[in-house]
Design a protein around this ligand. Structure first.
Ligand code: ADQ
Length: 422
């Protein structure tokens, strides 16, 4: 109790109200249903969906209800409510019941899958109805939004007109809000003296080797084994590159209690060991694998030091690492190889887009990219930079909030006018 009181006080100083969960709830609601069912399904990893999902559903509902009660208790007339992500899909409608006039926004940080994949979910109806309690529903890309409207139609029979959905007696707006990063912060860090010193140090340690980097949370959606196999294939096909390229892969431990993550980590460890065993020379190993979180300084120094960054998720809602890399390249150099299955690919067309499943093809792309002339590297980086600088994380949140303010003012009459004009 003493610990909890202390925590309550600290959170209240941050104007934050906690919702406490028991071990059992964390197990079933968070690890079981959210991360063991919704996460893999929404990322098209259907084999990873836990087959005992039905054991967890009840707790998922209960915890969403608890959040609803806590929010309703704190709610004051005129507040805007912004619900985030797949752990809280039922919350918008639960809140709508408790506070019918509330202005509620919902943003999904992960992909919304094709309706053919979404309808695998036994609770597809409840989840869609849960989200529909919001006035504004936001996604990272147009294609996620289209998948959502298609699911509304096939699962619920609810039609949408462009970005407008009429559901029961209400009108909702859908919107695309590609999330950005704090570009000013990364630019500032990238030019700091200690970061530049660290860049020089890293480059010296590389002794003229081309540096390729990867930075990811440990997750099976990030495509890490295939990425390692791509490096393997590159060195197998081009033995002359052995000792000439160095890959630094930083992996941040995550969801370490979930079994599928533990197995994945083991698989990755073994793979890196094998590849290094095969391609190492007396004085260099190809893959430097760091299984830990690194400081912001070190992260930006890595972004700045690399010739090439590999962002190759099998699916990813957006992928902010790709944008942080671009924001850090104040030198307007560096190449980004980006999976076409990351939400970021919809905006970052000047990156080199690849299919992460095509291991041999990506190996060829890396080889070519490493010899790209500097004018082309810079031309691509300049456009990428202008694009992400214009859409940073502050722009993202302001845009969502302003649209929510407008969306929650839309009444059926106004909607009639809107829909007849499109
Ligand atoms: P994540 O899957 O966590 O986010 P991502 O968007 O890449 O993935 O963000 C990861 C964050 O962690 C970045 O800010 C990065 O700097 C930091 N990070 C990663 N590796 C690190 C390391 N080794 N050391 C220190 N920091 C590290 C989810 C979705 C994404 C979506 C975001 C935001 O899965 O697709 O982009 O939400 O909506």
């Amino acid at each position: 109790t003493r610990q909890r009181n202390h925590l309550d006080k600290e959170l209240s100083d941050l104007r934050t109200v906690p919702v406490y969960l028991s071990h059992r709830e964390i197990n079933r609601y968070y690890e079981g249903f959210s991360n063991g069912v919704l996460w893999p399904l929404f990322h098209y990893q259907t084999d990873m969906v836990q087959d005992d999902a039905w054991r967890y559903w009840k707790t998922y509902v209960e915890v969403n209800q608890r959040f609803a009660e806590v929010v309703a208790d704190k709610y004051q007339e005129g507040d805007l409510i912004w619900v985030h992500d797949y752990q809280l899909t039922l919350l918008p409608t639960m809140l709508r019941r408790l506070i019918p006039t509330a202005r509620i926004g919902f943003f999904l940080h992960i992909p919304f899958p094709s309706s053919e994949v979404f309808r695998i979910l036994p609770w597809r109806t409840q989840i869609l109805k849960g989200i529909l309690g919001a006035d504004l529903i936001g996604f990272h890309t147009y294609s996620y939004m289209r998948h959502f409207t298609r699911s509304l139609l096939t699962v619920l029979g609810v039609e949408s007109k462009g970005e407008i959905v009429s559901y029961e007696d209400r009108t909702l707006i859908l919107g695309v809000f590609p999330m950005g990063v704090d570009t000013a912060k990364f630019e500032r860090l990238a030019n700091e003296k200690n970061v530049l010193e660290r860049v020089a140090e890293i480059q010296q340690e590389c002794r003229g080797q081309k540096l390729i980097i990867g930075v990811d949370r440990l997750d099976y959606i990030k495509g890490l084994p295939r990425r390692m196999l791509t490096v393997d294939r590159l060195l197998e096909r081009e033995p002359s590159l052995r000792g000439k390229v160095r890959m630094i892969q930083v992996v941040v431990p995550s969801r370490t209690k979930v079994d599928s993550y533990k197995q994945y980590q083991q698989k990755l460890d073994e793979l890196v060991g094998r590849i290094n065993g095969v391609h190492a020379t007396v004085n260099s190993v190809p893959i430097h694998y760091l299984y830990r979180s690194v400081s912001q300084t070190e992260l930006v120094a890595l972004y700045r030091s690399a010739q090439l960054m590999l962002v190759t998720p099998l699916r990813d809602g957006m992928n902010l690492v790709a944008k942080e890399f671009i924001a850090s390249r104040t030198d307007e150099d560096g190449i980004l190889i980006l999976s076409e299955f990351a939400g970021a690919a919809a905006e970052l067309r000047e990156a080199i887009l690849i299919n992460p499943y095509d291991i041999d093809g990506v190996a060829t792309t890396i080889k070519k990219a490493l010899t790209l002339p500097s004018e082309e590297r810079q031309a691509r980086m300049r456009i990428l930079r202008s694009r992400i600088l214009a859409n940073n994380c502050y722009h993202w949140s302001n845009n969502f909030i302003q649209t929510l303010q407008k969306a929650s003012r839309v009444r059926p009459v106004a909607v009639q006018a809107l829909s007849s004009s499109d």
